[in-house]
Design a protein around this ligand. Structure first.
Ligand code: ACO
Length: 340
């Protein structure tokens, strides 16, 4: 018996992610039909790619619990090396065939030890729940002493359910309200002449997006760091489409939005970060950029149909835009924190 539970010789060991990262993908793949059958399955390139090609601004550690060689569960600890260095962000999954036997609890205890050894003072993870009730993740998190600090909702846009004329009408009105701005679109890498502005906007997001009770030190991005991130996203197999608003009077980018498609899917994408600088808000630039980017992505991805996004419940502005675009609630989600 180890870690306070008898699990028939279970061991928790660090995984050499350069050679054995597939265990993470196999666990995600096993959990998918049980936990989120309504979602497209995870992509191998994404799950393995993030481990084989780690970001240089982060530390990533994968630990797996095994009994007689069989993987029971694993956690992936990620810590930024530049800011919020006191925070161990993590994902945890236990194989559905081995749940409710204390594997999750043992992995969290092990994670807490690893995080402390890195000098971290808190653990943070995102947990998703069905809309109406608490799911296993949040019940487990509560039992393990975590508290929710940022409540969010995951929404899904089904393009087949949207009247195509509606987006056109919204876009025409938004363009009228935002004269004096030009849309610049790109794939994967921001054009060289806009890379510095894009890096600044990207960093601003962590300062401007509502964080509720999650204390979060703003992230600073320069050209080198944004290029590292863009490369990392590509190495995980994603195809990215971005649209930015250029303020014609100054030539500067003042807003941006991005859609990304996981490598193994043609019909499914994530609506990623969107930001408009405060002094340029109130002109429907956010709505305009999102629709223009959707059109841009669909030119290259004709099979695109489902798009998922996450917003803080307190982010009234972004939620209102998404609802107007046709995004509908799919699940609740939250960031959970545990002080060590
Ligand atoms: N319903 C109610 N309570 C639960 C459940 C559940 N389905 N699962 C765990 N708990 C609570 C119980 O209090 C349990 O103690 P008990 O069995 O003595 O009653 C306690 O959590 C510890 O349970 P474990 O057996 O250690 O947890 P398990 O190995 O089953 O793993 C986990 C739980 C990680 C949530 C698993 O269901 C899973 O992989 N889910 C999908 C991924 C996920 O949701 N990850 C988020 C984890 S939470 C976080 O990261 C902060």
């Amino acid at each position: 018996c180890r870690f306070g539970v008898c699990l028939g010789g279970m061991d928790i060991e660090r995984v050499d992610t350069r050679n054995s990262a597939a265990v993470w993908y196999e666990l995600l793949r096993a959990a998918h039909p049980v936990d989120t059958p309504e979602d497209p399955p995870p992509c191998r390139d994404d799950a393995v790619g993030q481990l084989v090609h780690p970001r240089s601004d982060r530390e990533s550690l994968l630990f797996a619990a095994r009994a007689e060689g069989t993987p029971l569960g694993a956690y992936l600890l990620q810590r930024s090396l530049l800011e919020n260095t006191d925070t161990a962000c993590f994902e945890l999954v236990v194989h559905p065939a081995h749940r409710r036997r204390g594997v999750g609890r043992a992995l969290i205890e092990h994670l807490a030890g690893q995080a402390k050894a890195l000098g971290c003072t808190r653990l943070v993870a995102e947990v998703e729940d069905p809309l109406g009730e608490d799911g296993p993740g949040s019940r487990f998190a509560t039992a393990l002493g975590f508290t929710p600090v940022l409540r969010e909702r995951r929404r899904r846009l089904d393009l087949a359910a949207v009247d195509p004329g509606e987006h056109e009408r919204l876009l025409a009105a938004a363009r009228e309200r935002s004269a004096g701005y030009t849309t610049v679109c790109w794939r994967d890498y921001a054009p060289e002449e806009h890379a510095a502005d894009y890096a600044y906007l990207f960093g601003r997001l962590s300062a401007d997006a509502p964080m509720d009770d999650l204390a979060w030190e703003p992230e600073r991005y320069d050209i080198e760091r944004i290029r590292t991130l863009e490369r990392h996203i590509l190495l995980r197999g994603f195809r990215s489409y971005a649209a930015a608003a250029r303020h014609d009077a100054t030539g500067r980018l003042v807003g941006v939005t991005r859609i990304s498609l996981p490598g193994c899917h043609r019909h499914f994408a994530y609506q990623e970060e969107t930001l408009v600088l405060p002094e340029h808000r109130g002109r429907r630039l956010g709505l305009r950029l999102k629709i223009e980017n959707l059109l841009w992505a669909r030119r290259h991805e004709p099979e695109l149909r489902l798009i998922d996004t996450w917003n803080a419940d307190s982010n009234d502005w972004m939620v209102a835009i998404n609802e107007r675009l046709g995004f509908r609630e799919l699940r609740r989600s939250a960031e959970w924190e545990k002080r060590l």
